[in-house]
Write a protein that binds this ligand. Structure first.
Ligand code: ATP
Ligand code: MG
Length: 272
């Protein structure tokens, strides 16, 4: 049984792509077979894995979604590229922005990505979708295809309305399209542990949302090394394996694998 996880937040720059790469490769390092899907026309996930010119790629997520929409047959590995740290990738480029508008006019427009993923997911233990920073059709498609959504939140600002809006959208998708969808949890990213402010933000989020949602125990620290990984096309484990960001992503990967045990324990700590 494979698990499909969407990494989503319509706020830009919160660490979605960085989390997709390092959770994905983290799961590979734990012996899992993992497919990453770049569902953002910016192609940042594709670039982060070292494919520097996504616009030159012939087959991308857009091609494969189009095939799924047209009910054209395709091989399970068509368009999938392999990264040397053991993870597979369905890349994206600017063509995906056309898909966002094309979807509006098709039958079953919320399920085009799910139709594609359902055809390839049997080869994998985990499929991770790196969402685009919007709540448009591509994100709805990602939520419709997912079993679980992980929400990275940057600990620099208090997430006000944006997070509520995302949670409302997840609820709507659950009620109207995908009854099995769950919020895996909120992951605090770019936490500057030296400052009191970051501690306050983290504490507030745990206080405000912890009663209803899982807040992962692991917090991803602010780290220059983590920011540099996207430019070198490597995971944090290869680029700075002994650093604190690598340790954090390793711990976070274990929490995702544990699927809730530790998290529930932590939740009761918050309530107490
Ligand atoms: P977008 O909404 O544009 O898709 P995103 O949510 O995918 O953005 P990332 O691209 O992962 O966010 O990260 C935003 C920026 O912050 C990038 O430059 C990235 O390298 C940097 N970054 C990510 N994680 C960390 C971290 N732990 N410490 C410092 N910088 C980080
Ligand atoms: Mg991104």
């Amino acid at each position: 049984m494979s698990k499909v996880i969407a990494i989503a937040n319509q706020k830009g720059g919160v660490g979605k792509t960085t989390t997709t790469v390092n959770l994905g490769i983290g799961l590979v390092n734990e012996g899992k077979k993992v497919l990453l899907i770049d569902c953002d026309a910016q192609g940042s996930l594709t670039e982060s894995l070292g494919f520097q010119n996504p616009d030159d790629l012939k087959i991308t997520l857009s091609t494969m979604m189009q095939k799924a929409i047209n009910e054209e047959p395709f091989a399970k590995d068509e368009g999938i590229i392999h990264h040397n740290e053991g993870v597979d990738l369905v890349p994206a480029n600017i063509e995906l922005s056309g898909m966002e508008t094309a979807l509006v006019n098709i039958m079953n427009r919320e399920r085009a990505l799910k139709t594609y993923i359902d055809k390839v997911k049997d080869n994998y233990d985990y499929v991770l979708i790196d969402c685009t920073p919007s709540l448009g059709m591509l994100t709805i498609n990602s939520l419709a295809a997912a079993d679980e959504v992980i929400i990275p939140v940057q600990a620099h600002y208090l997430p006000a309305k944006g997070l509520e809006q995302l949670i409302t959208t997840v609820g709507k998708v659950k009620r109207q399209i995908n009854p099995d969808l769950k919020i895996g949890g909120i992951l605090l990213t770019m936490v500057d542990k030296r400052t009191k402010f970051a501690k306050d933000v983290s504490g507030q989020i745990r206080f405000n949302y912890g009663k209803h949602l899982t807040i992962y125990k692991t917090e991803i620290p602010l780290s220059v090394k983590a920011a540099e990984t996207s430019a070198v096309g490597k995971s944090i484990y290869t680029y700075d394996g002994n650093g604190k960001a690598a340790d954090a992503y390793k711990d976070f990967t274990k929490e995702v694998l544990d699927g809730g045990k530790q998290r529930n324990k932590h939740r009761s700590e918050i309530i107490r």
